[in-house]
Design a protein around this ligand. Sequence first.
Ligand SMILES: Cc1cc2nc3c(=O)[nH]c(=O)nc-3n(C[C@H](O)[C@H](O)[C@H](O)COP(=O)(O)OP(=O)(O)OC[C@H]3O[C@@H](n4cnc5c(N)ncnc54)[C@H](O)[C@@H]3O)c2cc1C
Length: 502
Amino acid sequence: MRTSAEYLADLKRLKPNVYVGGARVGRDDPRIVPGVRVMSTTFELAKDPKWQSLLTARSHLTGQAVNRFTHVPQNAYDLMQKQKMIRLLAQRVGGCIQRCMGMDGIIALSVVTKEMDDRYGTQYNRRFLEYLRFYQEHDLAAACAQTDMKGDRAKRPSEQADPDAYVHIVDVGDKGIFVRGAKLSITMVAYADEMIVVPTRALREDDKDYAVAFALPADWDNVHLITRPVFVRERQMIKCPYAELGGSDSVVVFDNAFVPWERVFMCGEWEFGRRLALLFADSHRHSYSGCKPAVSDILCGAACLVAEANDIEKASHVREKLSEFAGAAELSYAAGIASAIYGEKTSSGTFFPNSIYANVGRRLTGESIFREYNLLVEIAGGLLVTLPYEDDFNAAETEAYLKKYIVRNPKIPPETAHRIWRFVENLAASSVSAWSQIAGVHGGGSPIMETIALNAQYDYESKKNIAKYLAGIDKELDQSRDLEREPVPPSSLMRGTMAPDG
Ligand SMILES: Cc1cc2nc3c(=O)[nH]c(=O)nc-3n(C[C@H](O)[C@H](O)[C@H](O)COP(=O)(O)OP(=O)(O)OC[C@H]3O[C@@H](n4cnc5c(N)ncnc54)[C@H](O)[C@@H]3O)c2cc1C
């Protein structure tokens, strides 16, 4: 496993293909660095004895200890550890831990490559497993590029006026394929080692050229990363971890980029486009049942702190609001656990989360995100957007006024009060807040996507049958399907269990 210093050294070696604000920049650009710090945490803590058992796993390919972000879950315990790791890390980095993108990408590829081989006799799974071995041995961090630019949303890929609206195959040669198009909103690719590219939607036969999945190094020839970093205003005096962290999203342009065969994992199998798109989305929605509770935890903690600063901690309306955070965080977390214990062993051996629980959990959090920010804002009052700049707290003419008036609760010293308000400003009234809110709605698929996933899979008929029985329309109630559904046995929830049956 790499140290964070090794990750940074590898990042330095990447060719400059990142563009920010009209110029090509290095991966050490100060606007990119807050995201690099988030990524570094995933390497640092994997080496920390206190965190090691959570952040590492045993590779099912090599038997070696690997960073859990490179591991493909083999049982329900692995899924639950993944979720727990994401929650705890997201708390530490103040929100999105970002590295789960690549993890969900490899999980999806591990399943679909086997299913395609089973159907067509192709060799994708062997190829993928070789890539996974390389990925684990080098402890790589990958972005997952799924979302296409999409063009006219009412048209399918092959119906678009511009054929490049979705990433597609433009040529197939002896050594590999050439691809063109662009992916949108791709988090962390500006400081990733690799990118995993998968289709964004169901495809038809006419869309065959759009059925393409592959992995490339992040600095590959003819790949351009047009990047929008997100970070809070730099602190001068009252430094804090939150203000040092951030992220970035990129438009990833593939301008006739060459992909060698050993890195191609789908090439024209349009019948599996939907399956791969959903595998990534569902695995990622399960990841959200780790990170979104952490966002609620952070908002809840900030609400407690600012309530103390206002000396209203015990007010009944505050207590009621705090309990809403608890509900949002823990229901979503519980959905993730249910998704793990009702997960299933796929033909590839990968243990995959239950899609219904992953989708209901994700939809709940997508719908509650603005409500949660609203709760914090209500408790805080308006000061979080009207707080004078940091410098004014240290300027000769204004310092004494601000240190006197920033104190509301007399038990809190002026610097602590200032820190609380500055943190709440950063958290709820900055460009990072807007990012977090919109990521909360759309990341991993907009709420409508969860609705579509649920409507495709949820057994409404069995619910109707319950009503028919209770209403006396049917004499019998058939519950055999519900009885057949079993959670995984407790033995497979024990640490280190690698039971082949999951
Ligand atoms: C902060 C952030 C980070 C992200 N990170 C990543 C990442 O790392 N990797 C990645 O691949 N993606 C990422 N995404 C993208 C995310 O998955 C998408 O934003 C999400 O899936 C919605 O897609 P979209 O933004 O293209 O919106 P659209 O799909 O265009 O949706 C916009 C609206 O159009 C509606 N709509 C769409 N099609 C139709 C239709 N045919 N008929 C009627 N209505 C329609 C939708 O319901 C929605 O209301 C990220 C997004 C955000 C906000």
